[in-house]
Design a protein around this ligand. Structure first.
Ligand code: BG6
Length: 478
């Protein structure tokens, strides 16, 4: 195995809403995830087809306590340090800083909490990588504006960024503007606080919201560069190449179009303008973007420094309607796809495709020629705690090892510039799609179940010792 570049940022990634808990502590306001319940109503709420803007007693909300990182962060960061992390990707909860999303004065307790997190990271030489908005639009702004469908969200977001940059400029160098910005098209409430009402042109609402997020992202990049000349700001894409199910040209075209649903966003964030085909697509869908005269310039001036992405699996698509209908029958797949007969899948049906990571890295590099950062990768799996407390998660090690091998080839054989690799959920946390605790990604086990029972005690899985060895050998000892 070849080594990784000097300063390669090995680590792990989390999101505030999936691990912090303390949903109302110290003045925090409500965000989308706080009202997204566990159970059958989760998917309709997350996709924007069921309105739920408050909590009720009939539902269980996993984010409320999550793994209570809010009160365990010292212990958790110490465990990351024990594994040798060089980088910890986390998100800041917008409503901890601005409880209503646009308060003139920030909440000092929220700022102080993240100060402590960053100080704790730096104590161990861990570089924080901060996602400014990870699936947590403030509920107050949804009630006021309808979320990102309204242009005024841009100002609210930029104000939030200004507060963050002013406060944390000495402590945070790496920033991401929006987590998985392309998820807005699928998990529209989760991604952008959108709720759809009967008779609305759903596409119009989604693309208008996307435009607002893209303008906001560009403004944030520019502002970050002005306030923090050393900062590096990235976009963040839910990636994973679409493969054609067959080599029929129609399937190949379908895959190309499906990929464009994703690259639509990064094309704007990296190149600073909408691609021609995107305009045509919107036209065909009857979408008429409402823009401001200065938007073209804003997008042009706010291009990102690097491209980050999550990669869990590749996807497969066909024009065979029957096959598509049969395989998406349950109706809760985040994006429509069919099974790839050459690949095995996780217990949650996500195809396992390490080579696809190399394919995806190369595709993104060919498209943008920018430094890249894999900010999420991992296997959601059920773990068994043995009577002596040990957890033998060889399946997780196998998954990660295979992906790291392909990542190494992309770096050393293909020569691609890769800044780092942060696995998803280095400590077990709440699943974004299902709200489960049972879908575990961690090297660190957290004693908590789907219903919220457990002591929250942390323990090391076999993968903990394995990843420590991987980092210590800079990827040589896999
Ligand atoms: C990404 C998100 O979609 O994938 C994370 O950025 C999420 O928030 C992760 O947790 C894994 O998905 P899930 O549904 O297994 O939690």
């Amino acid at each position: 195995m070849g080594k990784f570049p000097k300063g390669f940022l090995w680590g792990g990634a989390t999101a505030a809403n999936q691990c912090e808990g303390a949903w109302q502590a110290d003045g925090k306001g409500l965000a989308t995830v706080d009202v997204t319940p566990f159970g059958p109503d989760r998917f309709p709420v997350a996709t924007g087809y069921m309105e739920m803007l408050d909590c009720d007693d009939a539902h269980f909300y996993p984010s409320h306590e999550a793994i209570d990182l809010y009160h365990h962060y010292k212990e958790d960061i110490a465990l990351f340090a024990e594994m040798g992390f060089k980088c910890f990707r986390l998100s800041i909860a917008w409503t901890r800083i601005l409880p209503n999303g646009d308060d003139a004065q920030p909440n000092e307790a929220g700022l102080a909490f993240y100060d402590s997190i960053f100080d704790e990271c730096h104590k161990y030489g861990i570089e924080p990588l901060v996602t400014i908005c990870h699936f947590d639009t403030p509920i107050a702004l949804i009630k006021k504006y309808g979320g990102w469908k309204d242009r005024r969200m841009v100002d609210a977001y930029v104000h939030y960024c200004e507060v963050l940059f002013d406060r944390f400029k000495g402590k945070v160098k790496y920033w991401l503007t929006f987590n998985e910005i392309n998820m807005l098209l699928h998990l529209s409430f989760t991604g952008a606080g959108l709720v759809f009402y009967p008779g609305e042109n759903v596409e119009q609402v989604k693309y208008q919201a996307a435009h607002h997020e893209l303008v906001a992202s560009a403004k944030a990049v520019k502002l970050a560069h002005e306030k923090m000349p050393d900062a590096m700001v990235g976009c963040m894409l839910a990636a994973g190449q679409f493969y054609p199910r067959t080599c029929a040209p129609e399937d190949v075209r379908a895959a190309q179009e499906a990929d464009r649903d994703n690259y639509f966003f990064t094309d704007v964030q990296v190149r600073g303008a909408y691609p021609v085909w995107a305009k045509k697509r919107m036209e065909r869908a009857g979408v008429q973007l409402c823009t401001q005269p200065e938007d073209d310039r804003t997008l042009r001036e706010g291009t990102v420094d690097f491209v980050s992405f999550s990669y869990y699996s590749s996807r497969c698509i066909t024009v065979d309607k029957e096959l598509m209908a049969a395989e998406n029958a349950e109706g809760n797949a985040v994006s429509a796809s069919v099974k790839n007969p050459y690949l095995k899948a996780s217990e949650w049906g996500w195809a396992i495709d390490p080579v696809g990571l190399r394919v995806t890295l190369n595709t993104i590099y060919d498209r943008y020629e920018k430094p890249m950062f894999i900010v999420e990768n991992g296997l959601g799996a059920v773990d068994t705690v043995e009577p002596d407390g040990s957890i033998h998660d060889s399946y997780r090690i196998d998954y990660l090892r295979a992906h790291i091998k392909e990542m190494e080839k992309a770096v050393n054989e293909d020569g691609l510039p890769l800044m780092g690799y942060t696995t998803w959920g280095p400590i077990d946390l709440v699943s974004a799609s299902t709200g489960e605790m049972k879908k575990r990604y961690g090297f660190i086990y957290v004693d908590k179940d789907n219903a919220g029972n457990g002591t929250l005690a942390r323990s090391r899985k076999d993968s903990f010792y394995w990843y420590k060895k991987v980092i210590a050998s800079d990827g040589e000892d896999l």
